[in-house]
Ligand binder design. Structure first.
Ligand SMILES: [Zn+2]
Ligand SMILES: [Zn+2]
Length: 275
């Protein structure tokens, strides 16, 4: 059986560019055995990518409808991507993809994956220009969120690297950054969540490799953590972006198996060999 699947996909209902219908059709044509939609849950703070409350029933109905269309051929799960600053009734969904897109403090927020200039200002005003301290805080917030909320999957762990393409925001090898990342991984592990190996940034923002970086993925493997692939797809043609390299990427971190969303007659998440 094929193990092609993604635990992370968006639709044009919010910030994606393809409909659930087209997304599912493309996944099916590419031999997917399962997939999950994960629209961004409504948030406590105003953003530009989250689902508005009034769209929730539309989203749920759309995904359930496509799931029915593919019944017996490709299992489609209803998920939700819930940010640390979002709110959502998790019982409405098959699973929750937990993620952290922000730095926040004193009622103020700054997107970790948004405008690099805004993040630089945040660093300079709140951390005296100390990028390492800022990223350590990002990981601290991520770990705390995982511990408190216990999502089923934790998404794009080191997302903040997206804003550090030129390398002048922070030093990713700063021991304080790595230590804080490891600490957050401990909390994610304790939460029981799978860790997403996210290939979406490669297709969408030219990242050279998936999230998370090998240093964190290797650590996650040593800790006994479990991995699951997500293409964080916003455009149907990118539903399998990075899939040609992701198995090898996980193997190089030490993994011999990964997990995916279950097909018909299987559990919600199932393990498969990386061979
Ligand atoms: Zn996300
Ligand atoms: Zn996403």
């Amino acid at each position: 059986m094929s193990n092609r699947s993604t635990v992370h996909a968006h639709t044009n209902l919010v910030d994606g560019r393809s409909s659930a219908e087209v997304m599912a059709q493309t996944a099916f044509e590419k031999g997917f055995v399962s997939m999950g939609f994960t629209e961004h849950a409504p948030q406590d703070i105003p953003g530009h990518w989250e689902m508005k409350e009034e769209l929730r029933p539309v989203y749920i109905a759309q995904v359930r409808k496509v799931a029915k269309e593919y019944e017996g051929r490709m299992r489609i799960h209803l998920g939700i991507e819930r940010d640390a600053l979002a709110h959502e009734d998790r019982s409405l969904y098959d699973y929750v993809l937990g993620s952290n897109h922000y730095l926040y403090e004193d009622g103020q927020v700054c997107a970790a994956d948004g405008d690099p200039t805004a993040l630089r200002v945040w660093r300079d005003t709140r951390y005296g220009g100390d990028g390492g301290a800022m990223v350590a805080e990002f990981f601290r917030l991520s770990g705390k969120y995982a511990e408190e909320y216990r999502p089923d999957v934790f998404a794009h762990f080191d997302l903040i690297k997206k804003t550090n393409k030129t390398g002048d925001l922070y030093n990713p090898e700063d021991p304080r950054v790595i230590d804080a990342g490891f600490q957050a991984l401990e909390q994610i592990l304790a939460s029981g969540a799978l860790l997403e190996v996210n290939t979406g940034g490669m297709a969408r923002s030219g990242q050279p490799r998936p999230y998370p970086d090998p240093v964190y993925l290797k650590r996650w493997h040593e800790m006994g953590g479990r991995v699951i692939v997500g293409s964080d797809c916003h455009l149907a043609t990118q539903i399998d972006a990075g899939f040609d390299m992701v198995d090898e990427y996980m193997r190089q971190a030490g993994f011999r198996t990964a997990w995916r969303l279950g097909s018909f007659g299987e559990d919600l998440f199932v393990e498969y060999p990386l061979d």
